[in-house]
Design a protein around this ligand. Structure first.
Ligand code: ATP
Length: 237
């Protein structure tokens, strides 16, 4: 079943066009990766899906419903949750308070203890440090906290913007294996990454974004083996 679908989506910042007629879909249960260089439009795509940016043309459908004009906080309640680039945690709040912010606006808090248990079992470090201030955690721990917070609303699709950014190699491997585990537990994942190697290796399907346009698509394996992708994106990492 198609869970998320973008059709001919364009986004402008004033007169600058950041996305040009982007179309792609995410099936329920998939990990889909969007790879691309700096400035290709990856973050713009994520922020458009989460409702922080408005498209100038095109439509977004989620679970069969047109959400193009739906407000961001309503999208969260409906099952779209984003762990933003640069982590965006609240440095002056404890780990537990940060996680609680992920439940903001939910109609029912019934599922919250279960979500917290899930987050702590995925990230035992967050449970150990639950009373610590977010801002005093390491980069890797803050990344875990951002993902954990996004999971607190029990999303059907989790949007991850550069989860490996700035992390040491052992944390990068760990984050990607946890992303796979989250997916195996039933959460659909859309992942944006510059670390193309890991992002393609873990993805069911992937798309390449270049200056606001999708230029390639295929299974993760197909794109990993594609010589032009190897040359452009797989040199490092
Ligand atoms: P990065 O990995 O560097 O974040 P990206 O692929 O996520 O890159 P975007 O941040 O989506 O790329 O940016 C896409 C294009 O839109 C770039 O050309 C960028 O300069 C432009 N852009 C992004 N944000 C703004 C803004 N607030 N105002 C004007 N232009 C912007």
């Amino acid at each position: 079943m198609t869970l998320l679908e973008l059709k001919d989506v364009s986004v402008h910042y004033g007169r600058i066009q950041a996305l040009r007629d982007i179309s792609f879909s995410v099936e329920e249960g998939e990990i889909v990766s969007l790879i691309g260089a700096n400035g290709a439009g990856k973050t713009t795509t994520m922020r458009t899906i989460s409702g922080l940016l408005n498209p100038s043309a095109g439509s977004i459908t989620f679970d069969g419903q047109d959400i193009t004009k739906m407000k961001a906080h309503i999208r969260v309640v409906n099952g779209i949750s984003q762990a933003p680039e640069g982590r965006g945690i609240f440095p002056g709040m404890t780990v537990l308070e940060n996680l609680d912010m992920g439940t903001f606006g939910l109609k029912s808090k019934e599922g919250v203890p279960e979500s917290l248990e899930r987050v702590f079992s995925l990230f035992p470090r967050l449970e150990e440090r639950k009373k610590q201030l977010g801002g005093t955690m390491s980069g890797g721990e803050q990344q875990m906290l951002a993902i954990g917070r996004a999971l607190m609303s029990q999303p059907r699709v989790l949007l991850l913007d550069e989860p490996s950014m700035g992390l040491a190699p052992q944390f990068i491997r760990q984050i990607f294996s946890i992303i796979k585990e989250i997916n195996e537990q039933g959460t659909t994942i859309l992942l944006v990454e510059q670390n193309a190697n890991q992002a393609l290796a873990r993805a069911h399907r992937a798309f390449v974004l270049e200056t606001g346009e999708i230029t390639k698509s295929g299974t993760g394996k197909e794109l990993l083996a594609d010589p032009s992708i190897k040359e452009a994106y797989l040199g490092v990492g």
